[in-house]
Design a protein around this ligand. Structure first.
Ligand SMILES: [Zn+2]
Length: 236
């Protein structure tokens, strides 16, 4: 809660103006700068999530979620061993560019809906656009992995990074293990950022934040797995 210095009305912690007397409670943020926000989210996540939450315009959320979608589809290719069915690396690249962006928008928007809905259970007022923006910016480390890790995967293994026979581990065990550790680190980093972002939105105890974050991610992964199983019955 944010105490109004003029009338002492208890306002929502992200309010710009006092709901009672209209006094300014904190500086307004109009726009988000892409590179400054992306950098600051890695350096000062709490402060930056606050800026994102109070920003009037949630700039770049759609292009960034499209980028995250590319990272997500490559993870799905890896989990489903899509390389076994692809004729060449070109097929995998084409599919990632075609399916990744819409998948990213759908996935992150749904994550925003889940965070906002679960927030209501603990009586926290969360606007959907704030939750969507927090989810998108929390995935900046995963977005970075597209530029830092994915090229190494594709150059070292080609389509065999995504095959079960031969397994990439058998082809180049050392590089494969390093890439798995890097992937895990970037994913964990994004998860931590997501929890920090949810905390900034909900302003609740950490146990509540953990439950909501894990609940939202669990439901989302469940939805993706269900859709994949319906589309590709052979996976089940
Ligand atoms: Zn006031």
């Amino acid at each position: 809660m944010l105490d109004c210095p003029v009338c002492h009305y208890q306002n929502h912690h992200l309010a710009i103006n006092c709901s009672s007397c209209g006094s300014f409670l904190q500086a307004r943020v109009e726009n988000l700068d892409l590179f400054a926000t992306a950098w600051n989210i890695l350096e000062r996540p709490r402060k930056t999530f606050h800026t994102i939450a109070i920003a009037k315009h949630k700039n770049y959320v759609v292009p960034l979620s499209m980028l995250s979608g590319v990272a997500i589809i490559y993870s799905i290719f890896w989990i489903t061993k899509a390389g076994d069915h692809a004729e060449s690396l070109l097929n995998i690249l084409t599919a990632s560019v075609a399916v990744g962006p819409p998948l990213g928008i759908f996935t992150l928007f749904t994550l925003g809906v889940l965070i906002a809905s679960l927030g209501k259970i603990v009586r926290s007022k969360v606007r959907l656009r704030d939750a969507f923006a927090i989810a998108v910016y929390a995935l900046i480390p995963i977005d970075l992995s597209i530029f830092l890790i994915l090229p190494i995967k594709l150059l070292s293994f080609g389509q065999y990074y995504f095959t079960s026979n031969p397994s990439p581990y058998l082809l180049k065990p050392n590089i494969y293990v390093v890439l798995l550790i890097l992937d895990g680190t970037f994913t964990l980093w994004s998860m931590v950022l997501l929890f920090l972002g949810i905390q900034k939105l909900l302003d609740r105890a950490w146990i509540t934040i953990l439950a909501i974050g894990l609940g939202a991610c669990g439901i989302l992964v469940g939805m993706i797995v269900t859709v994949l199983r319906l589309l590709f019955p052979s996976l089940a």
